[in-house]
Design a protein around this ligand. Structure first.
Ligand SMILES: Cc1cc2nc3c(=O)[nH]c(=O)nc-3n(C[C@H](O)[C@H](O)[C@H](O)COP(=O)(O)OP(=O)(O)OC[C@H]3O[C@@H](n4cnc5c(N)ncnc54)[C@H](O)[C@@H]3O)c2cc1C
Length: 361
């Protein structure tokens, strides 16, 4: 989300310096599934449904502008997306979830519907007999995360963004001119304003400023097949065929700390679900697997934080950086640059995690 925000600020004419770690860093932005996903977002937090829907609505213009500015097609599609249910029990569970969410989603302008197998086959004829139904949302879509990162970087650099790679930031200290970034290699950088968008690294950077920024890693493993003839024209939560024909399989969730590895057990589960969903995948060859760490807040919703005694400093985190990229480059960057904050994000501060002392224990 750092690149999207940097791009938004550079578009507003700000002088932006992106301070990154070296190539050894394994950002979530380089290992994600590429969904722009609305249908399951925001249970218990209507503002998140609305914020996600707003980003999905901004995405077509955002992608077109990136293509115009950089010549890079980020492969954005808003085809609608499917959450497939294997067996009747999953259909019932999903239908309950969709019903529970319907008022909230309706208020955000999002329509999610359950499809029976016949209706589903109209959209995805290759689904297997094990698939008993699905939920469908026309606002869902996807994009190529690698091309997105490249396009955002190129577009921001064309508008003057500088990138300082290498050591990374050890600590940030307020000083007379704003902030002093103390780098791990002993050098310092001064900035009038700072946006902390270091993913899981934000916890330590905020702690050095005496602030709590509660994010934890959640690992997701992804498998990629070689190119296959097109069998799937819309993304699903577990299986996504890219514009080039390769197929991404995933959506695992594990609490394993800072372990980026992959395991046979989880890979086998992902593959089994994918083959049950689309039997054509039974003959596919997996050419690559990886693990990557989501940046999770305690309730899973984003954090967009400022502190009154640290003027000009924002700290950001989310676990849907592709979905929200258009909102981060647009209305969030505008707010960071001093415009009124979008109403949807007012609740996304760390104060929601504070337990009143009177209730503790
Ligand atoms: C398996 C998986 C699947 C996902 N699928 C989707 C999806 O389908 N759709 C979607 O919208 N989102 C998805 N996401 C989430 C998305 O990738 C993240 O929301 C997004 O990448 C988070 O971006 P970030 O910039 O906050 O963190 P990161 O991408 O982790 O980037 C943080 C950056 O900060 C750098 N950094 C850390 N500490 C320091 C420091 N001290 N100094 C300097 N630099 C530092 C890191 O090196 C890194 O480059 C997925 C994530 C995972 C892991």
């Amino acid at each position: 989300m750092g690149l999207a925000t940097a791009h938004g600020l550079a578009r507003r004419g700000r002088e932006v310096t992106l301070v990154a770690e070296g190539d050894a860093a394994r950002p979530a932005s380089a290992g994600n599934f590429g969904l722009i996903w609305v249908q399951s977002k925001g249970q218990g937090m209507p503002a998140y449904s609305a914020w996600t829907a707003r980003s999905a609505t901004l995405w077509p213009d955002f992608a077109a502008r990136l293509a115009e500015e950089t010549g890079i097609d980020v492969a954005h599609r808003q085809t609608g997306g499917l959450h497939l249910c294997l067996g009747e029990a999953e259909v019932e569970e999903r239908a309950r979830f969709v019903a529970q969410m319907s008022n909230q989603m309706g208020a955000a302008g999002v329509r999610v519907e359950m499809l029976d197998r016949a209706a589903l086959r109209e959209i995805a004829p290759a689904v297997g007999d094990a698939v008993a139904g699905a939920s469908w949302c026309a606002m869902d879509g996807d994009a190529d995360p690698f091309r997105l990162a490249r396009a955002l970087g190129d577009a921001a650099r064309a508008r003057g963004m500088r990138r300082i790679g290498g050591a990374g930031v050890a600590a940030i200290r307020p000083d007379d001119a704003g902030y002093r970034l103390e780098m791990r290699d002993g050098t310092t950088i001064r900035a009038a304003r700072v946006v902390l968008a270091a993913g899981l690294g934000n916890a330590a950077l905020a702690a050095a400023l005496g602030r709590s920024f509660p994010v934890r890693p959640q690992r997701g493993q992804i498998l990629v097949t070689g190119r296959l003839p097109r069998f799937l024209g819309v993304p699903t939560t577990h299986v996504r065929q890219t514009a080039e024909g390769s197929v991404l399989l995933g959506d695992s969730k594990e609490d394993v700390g800072f372990d980026y590895g992959t395991t046979m057990a989880v890979g086998a589960q992902i593959a089994a679900r994918a083959v049950a969903s689309f039997p054509v995948l039974g003959g596919a060859r997996v050419v690559r697997t990886w693990g990557a760490l989501r940046v999770m807040s305690p309730d899973g919703f984003p954090i967009y934080q400022t502190w009154p005694d640290l003027p000009g400093l924002w700290a950001l985190a989310c676990h849907s950086g592709v979905t929200l990229a258009a909102a981060h480059a647009g209305p969030l960057a505008d707010a960071i640059d001093g415009e009124a904050a979008p109403p949807e994000i007012a609740q996304f501060t760390t104060e929601r995690f504070d337990v009143p002392t009177a209730l503790a224990g």
